[in-house]
Design a protein around this ligand. Structure first.
Ligand code: TRP
Length: 338
């Protein structure tokens, strides 16, 4: 079975409120990888329903993530863009990998603990099994590289453990070295985008305050207003990186500026050190609008064209199935299914 050396797989959940953190921390990085890798970018709708999703919104949000990939610059003709639920290999492989993964491994997953919170008894079984579905996503394509944010590192390590155990358990039956170990491409430590209302919390889809995030559906006025009202402290910007210590909101705005301008925070401080927020914020708003409006404008245009997005997902799913199905067929053989 053919094993590429440079196949990327990644996914974004269609849970609404796609924001600047999703763009700078994930989607933007997907674009550059096209130059060097064969890329498969998934809209992980099956992951989304591990928490309740309104069905109408789920459909809309699925198209929106696909539109964001394309608007950001992923080439839908060259790369594979599709939604997970259209390719049955994900569900089928998940079941087999459920029987490889150990309960003790899943019990260590910090994201489950955080998301389930105190009311663990009432969390969906899907939320618990989420990391196994993610492993299946990656392994169904025998992907070699997975761009993930810091928060998904543990899940990727689990995928590596599952791949290894499958290979060992079935070594005598043709499973030896079957799954490659997927390598993380850790992105976004430099661009952890925090809430505009609280510099100690990550920018999040689920924050009740819309003012806490810049979304990819915001207008230029929305963006300017959110930046103007972003929480800050009374000091001017420092000239050195050290001066951002213990100033999470200032650090966040400087970080956002740096990420959008594609320069280091040091460089931003060299230029803006000594400025008051009253002058830095308008500069940041202008930069944000300059960088984001081509993307948000294109996304809005694509969202009007449901037929086009539908055809991208349809074609992407066919191409994805063509890769994943033979892998799953071989896995079934290896485990002894007839
Ligand atoms: N769990 C990832 C997140 O929330 C999304 C995801 C699902 C993913 N399947 C994946 C990422 C496979 C990388 C590879 O960010």
């Amino acid at each position: 079975m053919e094993q590429p050396t440079n196949r990327v797989f990644s996914g974004v959940q269609p849970t609404g409120n796609l924001h600047l953190g999703n763009y700078l921390g994930a989607i933007r990085n997907f674009v550059g990888l096209q130059e060097t890798h064969e890329c498969i970018y998934c809209v992980v709708d099956m992951h989304a329903i591990t928490a309740w999703q309104d069905p109408k919104e789920l459909a809309h949000n699925t198209r929106e993530v696909a539109a964001a990939y394309i608007a950001a610059g992923v080439d839908a003709d060259k790369q594979v863009i599709f939604n997970q639920s259209k390719v049955s290999a994900h569900a089928e492989l998940t079941w087999i990998l459920n029987c490889v993964a150990r309960i003790g491994w899943l019990n260590r997953m910090t994201q489950f603990k955080e998301k389930a919170g105190k009311n663990r008894e009432n969390a969906s079984v899907g939320l618990y099994d989420y990391p196994v579905l993610m492993a299946a996503d990656i392994l169904a394509y025998r992907a070699t590289h997975v761009p993930v944010g810091d928060d998904q590192k543990q899940h990727l390590e689990l995928a590596r453990d599952i791949a290894q155990k499958f290979n060992n358990d079935f070594a005598e039956f043709g499973g030896e070295d079957f799954f490659p170990q997927p390598e993380p491409l850790i992105m976004g430590a430099a661009t952890r985008v925090m809430s505009l209302r609280d510099g100690s919390k990550k920018m999040s889809k689920s924050d009740p305050s819309d003012m806490s995030r810049i979304t990819l559906t915001d207008t230029a006025d929305d963006i300017a207003k959110k930046i103007r009202k972003a929480r800050t402290d009374p000091e001017p910007l420092p000239s050195e990186l050290d001066g951002l210590k213990d100033r999470p909101e200032a650090d966040n705005l400087v970080g956002i500026y740096a990420a959008l301008a594609d320069v280091t925070k040091e460089a931003v401080l060299q230029e803006h050190g000594g400025s008051q927020f009253s002058s830095f914020k308008p500069a940041l708003a202008d930069l944000a609008n300059e960088k984001l409006s081509p993307i948000t404008g294109e996304m809005a245009r694509l969202m009007e064209d449901t037929t086009y997005i539908g055809s991208v997902l349809q074609k992407g799913s066919q191409r994805a199935s063509a890769i994943a199905q033979p892998v799953v067929a071989r896995v079934k053989e290896i485990v002894g299914f007839i």
